[in-house]
Design a protein around this ligand. Structure first.
Ligand SMILES: [Zn+2]
Length: 135
């Protein structure tokens, strides 16, 4: 087995985000791709996983506009949160940059991930994060 470069944890996931990479882990046994990473395959329970870099593109499968956010996101409200089905298969939620009105988004719309880098001295939720933006 080839050792993974970083443990398949949320922390590693965000470390890659800070480098501008959207990474997932792929099961070497059944090919299942998981984002964020899990320590074992949720399909076949294998632990033989490898990191793969995702294109960061996919399509919106559902979305909502948040008007009443948690305090840490108050400054950017209203904002859209969409569940995006990535081209590699996994579905992940994310804030869609620049969208404040429901008519600006459509189910099936193509979006891509963009990254915001924040100095790593900050505590969560001030970590570097990914956003989506319409293509
Ligand atoms: Zn598997």
């Amino acid at each position: 087995m080839v050792e993974v470069s970083s443990p398949p944890t949320i922390e590693s996931f965000y470390k890659y985000i800070a480098e501008g990479k959207l990474m997932g882990v792929k099961c070497k046994k059944c090919g299942k791709v998981m984002v964020p990473p899990k320590p074992l395959c949720e399909n076949c329970m294998a632990k033989d996983l490898e990191w793969i870099q995702l294109k960061g593109e996919g399509e919106v499968i559902s979305f909502t506009i948040i008007h009443v956010p948690p305090t840490s996101f108050a400054s950017i409200a209203p904002y859209a949160v969409a569940v995006v089905k990535l081209d590699e298969g996994p579905k992940i939620p994310g804030i869609v940059k620049g969208v404040t009105q429901p008519h600006q988004l459509k189910v099936g719309m193509r979006v891509k991930a963009i990254f915001e880098q924040i100095p790593s001295t900050q505590a969560w939720p001030q970590w570097s994060r990914y956003y989506f933006q319409p293509i």
